[in-house]
Design a protein around this ligand. Structure first.
Ligand SMILES: [Zn+2]
Ligand SMILES: [Zn+2]
Length: 351
């Protein structure tokens, strides 16, 4: 079968002929229905020199996956061939405290994880291929009726990640609170929808692009601000001069983090969601008192089940543009030049 693989660090991916996977004991092969293209793929492909990331090459990209059970390995129970499923993306050891709580991305025993800080599409073969091996049936979540793989795939990362980021700040998102969302792409537009679904916070979306601000409005943002020199001032105005109770930075570049730090209010949360390389100085005088600054990565299995329920209720609905397997580079280019609206989803079994 053909698969889109990372073959060399700091290079374009390649489409290569690879063997179809076989399910060993406890494993499952899925027929891939949809695999979301994530901005973090670009970081993995182009940012890191050899040795910077603990992954061995080559592997098939695509860490946001849903499809149908294709082959069940010996001993796997509770699934049927043809059943629609989504894949919980991070694959830890399954036994440590974090994995036991379903937060496998924060596995505390990476030496015994399937791959340290990764999963299918991140260090192991992912979903940019017609078939994908899932090395333990615990990573499969049955899709509820009414949820198609093309919608479900982006839920496993592009919605799960902002859901996790929003949920930890929920006690602060009371009526009259304000939340700033910086960067309204694949994750950001779902972040806006999740904020509106879970809280009564006033959502202020900030981006440099018209199409992103339009997507923010259709996702439910109350206020949109075009990012520029006066963005922090506009945020102050939109929050009655107080600043935001929560700032979610989906970009994490130098400028967006500076804006986030200027936008957050006393006792607020500044949460870094984007995998950008920006930094901000933190000290006694650099932000209002009792601001918490944190980075987050992905989310837990129970949270993914919750995200599916939001999707079934129509409260979370990814804006999706589909691409064939051969057009992965087009999807990445559109992400890089800012012309992509919402999430790019690869459909490897089309046609
Ligand atoms: Zn991702
Ligand atoms: Zn673990």
């Amino acid at each position: 079968m053909r698969a889109v693989q990372i073959v060399k660090w700091q290079s374009d991916p390649e489409i290569r002929e690879v063997p179809e996977p076989e399910a060993g004991p406890g494993q499952v092969v899925i027929k891939v229905g949809a695999a979301g293209a994530c901005h973090s793929d670009l970081h993995v492909l182009y940012d890191y020199p050899e040795g910077a990331v603990p992954y061995e090459l080559p592997f098939t990209l695509g860490h946001e996956n849903a499809g149908w059970v294709h082959q069940l390995g010996a001993g796997v129970q509770g699934f049927e061939v043809g059943q629609p499923v989504a894949v919980y993306g991070p694959w830890g050891c399954g036994r440590c405290r974090m994995c036991s709580a379903g937060v496998e991305i924060y596995c505390e025993d990476p030496a015994n994880a399937f791959v340290p800080s990764g999963g299918g599409g991140l260090g192991m073969n992912g979903g940019y291929a017609p078939y994908m091996l899932v090395p333990d049936a615990r990573f499969l979540i049955p899709l509820p009726d009414g949820l198609e793989p093309v919608q479900a795939a982006p839920l496993t990362d592009a919605a799960l990640t902002p859901y996790h980021a929003v949920k930890r700040s929920l006690p602060k998102l009371v009526a009259g609170s304000n939340t700033v969302v910086i960067g309204v792409g694949g994750l950001g537009h779902l972040g806006v929808q999740i904020l509106k679904a879970l809280s009564s916070t006033n959502v202020i979306a900030v981006d440099v692009k018209d199409n992103a601000l339009e997507l923010a409005r259709s996702s439910g943002a109350d206020v949109t601000i075009r990012s520029g020199d006066d963005a922090a001032e506009q945020v102050r105005d939109a929050t009655g001069g107080r600043g935001a109770d929560l700032v979610l930075d989906f970009v994490a570049a130098e400028q967006t983090l500076a804006l986030a730090q200027k936008s957050v209010r006393l006792l607020g949360d500044l949460t870094i969601v984007g995998a950008g390389h920006g930094t901000i100085p933190v000290g006694f005088y650099t932000q209002p008192y009792e601001v918490s600054i944190q980075s987050v990565c992905w989310g837990s299995r129970p949270e993914l089940a919750e995200v599916f329920q939001l999707a079934l209720r129509g409260q979370v609905k990814p804006e999706v543009t589909t691409f064939a397997l051969d057009d992965v580079l087009d999807a990445y280019r559109q992400m890089q030049d800012g012309t992509l609206k919402g999430r790019a989803v690869i459909v490897p079994n089309e046609g």
